[in-house]
Design a protein around this ligand. Sequence first.
Ligand SMILES: [Zn+2]
Length: 482
Amino acid sequence: MGRSKSPVRVITAVVAMAALVLAGCTKPGPSLRPTATTNPPGVFGPGADGLGDTYYPKAGNGGYDVANYDLDLKYDPPTDTLTGTATITATATADLSRFNLDFTGLKTEKVTVNDVDAAAEQSGAELVVTPATGIATGAQFVVKVTYGGVPKAFDEPGLGEIGFLHTDDGAVAIGEPEVASSWFPVNDHPRDKATYTVKIAAPEGLAALSNGAMKDKRSAGGWTTWTWSETKPMAPYLATVVIGKYRVKESTHDGKPMVIAVDTSLSAQVDAQMAQTPEVIDFLESKFGPYPFDALGGIVIDDRRVRFALENQSRPIYSSAFFEAGEDGTWVIVHELAHQWYGDSVAVNEWKEIWLNEGFASYAEWLWFEDKGEQTAQQTFDNSYAPADAEMWRVPPGDPGKSDLFHESVYTRGAMTLHALRVTVGDDAFFKILKAWAAEKAHSNATTPEFIALAERISGKQLDQLFDDWLYGEKRPPRPRR
Ligand SMILES: [Zn+2]
């Protein structure tokens, strides 16, 4: 637990690296399930090719709701070839003549629906599937897609290269907001959460890691197949596979399986920093309520292209950049683990409301340093409030614009929004609000208006003006007052 940074240095680091840190999620309450398709009753028509997200209208698809993905994959590092079968169990939410999956960069070999051959056509980032017979509203169906090829990385503004990235000895699937469709066919929007089983074969001697608990690991013919199970609903972008030479440590915390993996090229001081994971989880539970998932851990990768961390469900992925050369990466561990509550369990319903992920995870850092006696949240707020000409005053965190999805405003001004709420309603009401948000919206998707309504209900105060100023204003808001 080396904590060599002065408080000011910590904050500088947070601000400088804020753009590097990802978070994320959505809320699918029953009323918000994927429904962008509205064919008249009894008329079988095509499912929509997008869910209508304001920033990413083609992300996800309409007409069905996925319950489970069963991915059976094999990755060969020397040829960078990924092959496999995705078995997708879904329920129709409209009478469908055909439907889309998001899928790009890999070749589809065969598609069946309920074990009957289906027509499939690749069109841009969409895989259009036409089953032999229509699927009626409410019917459960199983789509099986056999596919393969060399995955293509792509650029995400503000992040750099994301996707299924070929590394020096394996691969890592990482990115936000649209990354899943680069390695498996998927309804690629946080609004359609599902459970996952990921079975991945890699050459013997390499680790093949994913989300949730490890269920099986067996070797044959020079290959080792690792099976992972994520039993709580997960947004697609949080799914991952990480393959390569890793020091994999298996243990338990509070009876739940914990897997921490560190690239073997990194020094033991990285393992020592990652060993704080259970302590950080315990601290966050004291502020936010029970940890929402059935497994935990983290993975530290060593690849020059990835300069961020991501809150992959139950197993965040961290760039080695946060820990190298004696850097204290505790703050980023706090950030990504806080996302397990806010971002992963309580996920966004629209990407424009990403402050619900990043503002909360950033505020968790403030709470950590306050608890450690390094700097109060009020001092952190004051430091960020001081520069009257900061660019974040012009960028509203509640709707930053697609090109500013990871703008500092979303992180720092998002966290300041929560601190302004805390000052206005007092500590008792504020921490009740945080816990209630995690509990009431667990494993679903949520919106900013829902958060404001919750805050008003618990505090008994009228808060429209405060949130208007802090989330949507294009100038520095007035200082909050009790
Ligand atoms: Zn984040």
